[in-house]
Design a binder for this molecule. Structure first.
Ligand code: PLP
Length: 361
């Protein structure tokens, strides 16, 4: 089932047991599915997100992660609100793109892709723009692998009394956080990232009081998270429209495997070890990382091309022949490629990867 490992930011390498969980067909109407799988997942997600689960709820939504980001932006920002987007990469920019589509009242603060969102800029902006009601930020910008200072940004945003939306797509389940402690109002992630499920749906952890405020705001029926939530609550796990049943069942298995691994802390430790093995190995072969270590996430790492004229396609093909699929770069300022550390991949896999890189260089 594994011709090669995906060293990518999702879809990623999943366990055989997660894949096997998809071998049974489920009826969306039957309680074996909705009560015992969907409702359990919803509860487990809130418990993963916070030690104060009563204040929060979760919504599962069909589609990829972007559908969930769009659903939150389209439901949380009323015509009388104003959104501030903090961006240092493609996923932050994508939130701006969504706001543009919805003709929202918004502003975007853009930072260099190789720099963290700047606290002093955000502080200054919020001090001079009292009309802002919501702030949105990407936790781990998968574009480069940079980790934004979520705790400090959240602290600032709350100090100014604004609502906080976090795209934690590529970090949730892989980096410990507590939405209550941070003051997050909406957190968004998806099935095929650090929880190590397969693609097909995403989810939102929402502060209950803020979700109530979304009633009647949605500009899209399919992406109405209030309506989706209400149907799930009243129908005990029923989705409004056909749900990706096999994917959802696989996700339940993935959550059990996260728990068996020792939870988010243990997974984070494994990802850090993966990352350390990768980076020290690549550096020993003469490669350099795009980012300095102090802003680098353990999720995905960007490497600079080792020399001008480096043939990425050839490098990619040779690594694939040796059982590793890596990822192209996504920024314009430098020639890079990316290697993911998340999924059912372990430090010994990265040792083998380094051996493979040594062979072909
Ligand atoms: C993966 C990802 C998304 C969602 O992308 P999709 O292609 O819609 O799955 C959004 N934000 C971040 C930071 C991501 O890593």
């Amino acid at each position: 089932m594994r011709p090669y490992l995906l060293l990518t930011p999702g879809p990623l390498t999943t366990t055989d047991t997660v894949k096997q969980a998809m071998l049974m067909d489920w009826c969306t109407w039957d309680e074996d599915y909705n009560v015992h799988i969907v409702q359990e997942i919803r509860r487990q997600l809130v418990e993963l997100a916070t030690q104060h689960p009563d204040e929060y709820t979760s919504i599962l939504l069909q589609g990829s992660g972007t559908y969930c980001v769009e659903s939150v932006i389209g439901c949380a920002i009323k015509p009388t609100d104003k959104l501030l987007i903090l961006s240092n990469g493609a996923y932050g920019d994508r939130m701006g793109h969504i706001a543009e589509y919805y003709h929202l009242n918004y502003d975007i603060l853009s930072f260099d892709e190789t720099e963290q969102v700047s606290l002093s800029y955000v502080d200054d902006y919020l001090a001079h723009n009292a009309d802002i009601t919501h702030v949105a930020i990407v936790h781990c910008e998968t574009t480069t692998g940079i980790l934004n200072p979520l705790k400090d940004v959240a602290h600032l945003v709350k100090m100014y009394g604004k609502r906080l939306i976090v795209d934690a797509m590529s970090s949730f389940g892989g980096i410990p956080l507590d939405v209550y402690d941070l003051g997050v109002d909406f957190l968004i992630s998806s099935a095929n990232k650090c929880i190590q499920g397969v693609p097909g749906f995403g989810f939102i952890i929402a502060r209950r009081s803020e979700l109530m405020r979304c009633k009647g705001v949605a500009r899209s029926l399919s992406l109405d998270i209030y309506d989706q939530w209400e149907t799930m609550e009243k129908g005990h796990g029923k989705w409004r429209f056909t749900s990706p049943t096999h994917v959802v069942r696989a996700f339940k298995q993935a959550l059990e495997e996260l728990d068996a691994e020792g939870g988010v802390e243990a997974r984070h430790a494994r990802y850090c070890k993966n990352h350390d093995t990768l980076v020290s190995g690549m550096r020993s072969l003469g490669f350099q990382t795009l980012l300095p270590d102090d802003v680098q996430s353990p999720i995905i790492t960007s490497f600079l091309y080792p020399e001008e004229g480096f043939n990425f396609k050839d490098f990619y093909g040779k690594l694939k022949e040796r059982g590793f699929v890596i990822y192209p770069g996504k920024i314009s300022q430098a020639d890079t490629f990316r290697i993911g550390n998340i999924g059912d991949v372990h430090p010994q896999d990265f040792e083998k990867l380094i051996e493979a890189v040594r062979e072909i260089r």
